[in-house]
Design a protein around this ligand. Sequence first.
Ligand SMILES: Nc1ncnc2c1ncn2[C@@H]1O[C@H](COP(=O)(O)OP(=O)(O)O)[C@@H](O)[C@H]1O
Ligand SMILES: [Mg+2]
Length: 366
Amino acid sequence: MYIESLKLFNFRNFNYLNIDFSKSVNFIVGKNGQGKTNLIESLYLLSTSKSFRKGKNKNLIRNEEKEGSIFGKIISDVSNFELGIVFRGNKKEAYYNQNKVKNYLDFIGKIICLSFTPDDLRLVKGEPALRRGFLDHLLVSINPSIFKHLVEYNRAIKSKNILLKNDLDLKYELIEPWNRIIAEKTVLIEKERIKLLKNIQIEANKQHEKFSKTDGNIELTLNGSFINEGILEVDSIDSILREGFEREKRRGYSVFGLHKDDIIINLGEKEAKFFSSQGQTRSLVLSLKLASISIIEKERSIRPIILLDDVNSELDQTRTDNFFEMLDLEKGQVFVTGTDIALSKLLKGSKRVLKISEGTLESTDS
Ligand SMILES: Nc1ncnc2c1ncn2[C@@H]1O[C@H](COP(=O)(O)OP(=O)(O)O)[C@@H](O)[C@H]1O
Ligand SMILES: [Mg+2]
């Protein structure tokens, strides 16, 4: 599966772009601030409907404009199709073959992209939401139907929070239906998260061996209010939520639930968040990401489209070379961005070089 062509209209610093890609390696080269990350971001959006960057929808629309869009033509073994997203103000609409989708399930995961960006290094040391996001993104990639449950869970938490925040005389009866949904979804999602985390641990250790044999094993543990007590059953969670009602009412928000989960990452029996060096952190993150690729390949028999943003900023030449080799770039479609044209020599096989400058792309085959 690969992205054959892309059209951007008033997206970030792109006014209008219409470009064909290579089904193997695409190397996007340009100075800083020209739109390399923006381009990668647009591809990621076609895969998940969300950006990997923080910020409002309207920031995705080119300054001073009211509407922007991303459209991509996809070629796959089964069928060819088109994905699109249109942004208007803070609203967005997703399209599949020119039909507006009512349910994002008909859009998300139609293509699977896996991104490597310099920001990924924060996965180890940054806030829990990043680690949950990593896990859930992979979960949805291998099992898109989970997305619906995540949405329903989040909706229940949101509705519950509105009640908890605004009503001092709140009666439990009003919270009860939301808590029931939260309990049901918690069991379902948590079981999937645990299963997947075990799988990631196995695959990540295989990858990690190639980086360093001396750092010890990677251990991944889900840290959450219910799972820590060994509780994964709807009625028990429901009663914990009932018992916690007064506390949640005082706080004015949902205290318990999987929206608070974290993943504890241990390396050689020490918690990586506090103890891993910069080099170790990098190897860890790459192992986790490479593990995601092999899990997607195994579970869905699809090679994910790989997005490598700004690789040379993080790695020296030998490391970059090894990294490209580990990624086995020839296996599928890849987008690599960098500031140094010399990087292109490290990319083996047939490739397209795209020079980017102020939101315009110029293609040169090499
Ligand atoms: N909504 C927007 N409208 C216009 N320009 C934008 C918008 N969002 C970001 N930009 C511009 O895009 C440029 C950064 O692009 P980016 O893809 O991050 O560059 P890089 O090539 O360094 O990865 C900046 O000049 C920024 O001002
Ligand atoms: Mg960039």
